[in-house]
Design a protein. Sequence first.
Length: 179
Amino acid sequence: MIRILLKTLILYFSLTTILFSQIINSIDVTGNKRISKESIIVFSELNIGNEYSENLINNSLKRLYETNFFEDINITFNDNKLSINVIENPIIEKLELVGIKKKSFLEFIQDNIYLKERVSFNEFYLNKDINLIQNILKTNGYYFSTIQTSLIKNDDLNSVKLKLDANLVSSKWLTRSGG
């Protein structure tokens, strides 16, 4: 008697979870300008026919943010239709690093920073690069140097022109001038 009841309960629960599961029948992408709909779907690893779950969506969001192509991503699911709305990070059209005269020193900095031309712009990486440049400058005796940034954004092309202006102050100069 207990076996029959147990088998009935197992069958009941397995059928009800199948009945209540929602399957993704279509995927719609909006807000993209530079990155194609197909690329966004590939990056998200979402497919038509997948069973919808919060875990699936969370993993997809994580994968999309890891590409560094997007400033904001919103995924909604309604009536078996998955909608992905994105705001793309602008691309760096031009990156200018001024204030450093020595060519080999300038090339070393350019080789070690993350942001480069034709790469997606992100405030986090800008701050990280500024800290890296300041650490490189300090290592080379420029303890009191500052980095000024200027950013020109082109909303039509979704691009930015970035200028990093290094004001070099050598500790040798301070000791010689009596400061």
